[in-house]
Ligand binder design. Structure first.
Ligand code: ASP
Length: 418
């Protein structure tokens, strides 16, 4: 290729908005994966490098954004209100999610008439106790929390530090400026890593599409379809409804603004890994302030898993149908409660939901061995539930931002986006 042609290609590529390039990566990845089958895994390292680079951003980005954001709000008490609203909205949307999952499986009956063999020997995971969770929030050593990437502990320390910097006034100014400048550098670095997203998404998806043949997917097509349907319904009905009714905001604009995060969540199956992209979407495309984005999103990536809750509902009913057990009203109530807890306890990493599903199954007396049926296709389900997890975090961030006057509606409503 001549030098001139290469320069022209570069120019064309640069002119395409990032979200379109990421979508191109996704579609090409599926095509290449389907065509090449298992050998498409040669592209996996490209995806792994991308995910590694995003993960590199998580700790410094959250820490600097949150400290800088809290000092910019200049009102430490505001954080208390934001915290209460965040947790309240997270719990309500999760309860909606698991109910939608249950109903979808009850209506479409994906497990009725299926024959499957199970392996034995699966043990139920223990639900974390609330006291342990609360005690574990306090970082005994903040450097240790930063080094091990304990998000909730980092948040607690950042809130403490940010509030104290505000309270000491002028004396805190030099450190505040350091954090502001550090956060700015982290946003820039996120942008640089995101320029690589189309290739990373391509590599990840090509590998996934290449490793799941139709012979694995077809027998379970119905349960996959029900889980995807319930996920899309939740985003379109519950999220759009809440944004329009509570926030008086245009839901279409929201969906457009979060597209980068959705695609990265879908291809990586990790909501924690998607955090830097979510924070970027919230600030750049939706106009949420850094204080709200830096707090609500990391908390969400750790505890708010609506997609995982939907999955718990869909799969629990699917398995009951598969083994021919009639669930009572009390069982459904138990699934809603334990499914919500299990989703809170799920880490934002690939496959976490499958492990936590055992809590829900054990609670209503369903055989744990049955998860082997789902395990083979879990990645496909995980990709959908992670996208909903991330969409849910961003929806609550937008609503909390709006209710606290921390949402720039000019940015939200403008169509210009990366
Ligand atoms: N992979 C999901 C996430 O990162 C968690 C799950 O497995 O349900 O959000």
């Amino acid at each position: 290729m001549s030098k001139q042609a290469t320069t022209n290609h570069r120019k064309v590529w640069r002119r395409i908005p990032l979200w379109q390039k990421i979508l191109i990566g996704l579609v090409l990845g599926v095509l290449v994966g389907v065509l090449m089958g298992e050998s498409a895994s040669v592209f996996k390292p490209i995806g792994d490098i991308f995910i590694g680079a995003i993960k590199m951003l998580i700790v410094p980005l959250i820490f600097s954004t949150l400290v800088a954001g809290i000092t910019a709000m200049r009102d430490p008490q505001k954080m208390g209100r934001i915290g209460a609203r965040t947790i309240g909205l997270y719990l309500i949307t999760t309860a909606f999610a698991i109910t939608i999952g249950l109903l979808a499986s009850l209506v479409f009956q994906p497990g009725v008439g299926m024959e499957m063999g199970f392996e034995s020997g699966v043990e139920a995971k223990e639900a974390p106790s609330l006291v342990d969770i609360i005690v574990g929030l306090v970082p005994q050593n903040p450097i240790d929390a930063l080094a091990s990437g304990n998000i909730l502990q980092i948040i607690v320390f950042a809130i403490g530090l940010g509030s104290s910097l505000t309270l000491i006034g002028e004396k805190g100014e030099p450190v505040v400026r350091v954090f502001e400048s550090f956060a700015e550098a982290m946003y820039k670095l996120t942008g640089i890593v995101m320029a690589f997203a189309p290739f990373g998404v391509f590599g990840l998806i090509a590998h996934v599409a290449g490793s799941y043949g139709l012979e694995v997917l077809l027998p379970l097509a119905k349960v996959i379809g029900v889980a995807y349907f319930a996920s899309i319904l939740h985003v379109l009905v519950v999220y759009s409804g809440l944004l329009a009714l509570l926030g008086r905001l245009n839901p279409l604009r929201f969906l457009q603004g979060i597209l980068d995060a959705l695609v990265v969540a879908y291809s990586s199956a990790s909501s924690s890994g998607t955090l830097p992209v979510s924070i970027r979407c919230a600030q750049k495309n939706l106009g949420v302030s850094e204080g709200v984005a830096g707090f609500v999103l990391p908390v969400g990536a750790t505890i708010n898993m609506d997609g995982t809750a939907i999955y718990n509902g869909v799969v629990a009913v699917f398995i009951a149908q598969l083994v021919g057990v009639d669930l009572s009203l009390m069982d459904y109530g138990m699934i809603i409660i334990t499914g919500t807890l299990a989703s809170i306890g799920s880490a934002g990493v690939p496959g976490a939901g499958l492990v936590m599903l055992t809590i829900v199954l054990a609670q209503v007396g369903l055989p744990l061995e049955t998860i082997a049926v789902i395990a083979g296709i879990d990645r496909i389900l995980d990709m959908a539930r992670t996208s909903v997890n991330v969409a849910g975090d961003l929806m609550v961030t937008t609503l909390v931002g709006k209710s606290e006057g921390e949402l720039n509606e000019d940015v939200y409503n403008s169509l210009s986006r990366s």
